[in-house]
Design a binder for this molecule. Structure first.
Ligand code: ATP
Length: 261
């Protein structure tokens, strides 16, 4: 490792995505209010809170699927408050399970190749046969190995179990090489074995990028996340590492009766 890389590894990770004074009104109802958020490179950041707290709305605001009523959003130092979703994704802010569609009638390999094709700008060559994607093969094989799907390489996506499908979605998302990865309840509906696989994958993925995730499974949040932001009724109730927020009496009250911990 050269000296500058080593220094970067040791230094405090930089903020890659930030929001200031984020607010969203729906008619007379304020779903998100005064939200300040800093998401750091090489860190897993969780957004948690009881049902209706505003987590999905914050995700939709950050990915520009919703326009904020007020506030500012910055990605890699650039103001993206008024940028359209497609452009935000191309700048490196990608929400998994959003634009990374999995095609059921394509194999695992072809799904990843198609995703890589989009990233490489070959997408406009749609009239070419699938064999035109061969140049992307080795990259696709690497990605499939990274997520642990090598054995299922030639299996149709439709024939994968639910958990393995989510792993494939992760691969197609990573094909876009996001700088900031937003994961919407990545462990929802999964069995214990798949939870372990996806959790390890998220940890690996965050070694080279930022991850912001909405997650209800608090033991996974405790295990995986460096930083936790707790929302309640659209506002930030508490933030810090899991130990700090889980000991906060306000957080315990907010969760009382909705989560066991
Ligand atoms: N398009 C909309 N129009 C009106 N109200 C909305 C709209 N979208 C969300 N809301 C309201 O905003 C509040 C926050 O909703 P949001 O879906 O962001 O919460 P959440 O924390 O993601 O909840 P959950 O954990 O249940 O998914 C809720 O009261 C919801 O009813």
């Amino acid at each position: 490792m050269n000296a500058s890389v080593e220094q970067m590894e040791r230094s405090e990770p930089r903020v890659v995505l930030s929001a200031r004074g984020l607010r969203r009104d729906f008619g007379g109802f304020t779903a998100v209010r005064d939200v300040d958020l800093d998401v750091h490179d090489r860190r897993v950041h969780a957004l948690i809170g009881p049902n209706g707290a505003g987590k999905t709305t914050v995700f939709n605001l950050l990915t520009k699927f919703l326009q904020p009523t007020a506030g500012k959003i910055t990605l890699l130092g650039e103001d993206i408050t008024r940028t359209v979703p497609d452009k935000v994704a191309r700048k490196g802010l990608v929400r998994s399970f959003q634009i990374s569609a999995v095609f059921p009638q394509l194999s695992v390999l072809d799904n990843v190749r198609v995703a890589l094709q989009r990233k490489s700008g070959l997408a406009h060559q749609f009239w070419r046969p699938l064999s035109a994607l061969n140049q992307l093969n080795s990259h696709a094989e690497n990605l499939i190995a990274t997520v642990g799907l090598t054995r299922e390489r030639d299996v149709l996506a439709a024939d994968l179990s639910y958990g393995r499908k989510r792993v494939l979605e992760m691969a197609t998302t990573l094909a876009l090489d996001p700088k900031v990865l937003l994961l919407d309840e990545p462990l929802a509906g999964m069995g214990q074995e798949d939870i372990g696989t996806i959790a390890n994958l998220i940890r690996e993925v965050a070694a080279t990028r930022a991850v912001l995730m909405v997650e209800h499974n608090l033991s996974v949040v405790a295990d995986l996340c460096h930083h936790v932001t707790v929302l309640q009724r659209g506002e930030i109730l508490a933030e810090g590492n899991y130990d700090t927020v889980s000991r906060d009496p306000r957080v315990r009250t907010a969760y009382m009766g909705t989560e066991e911990d």
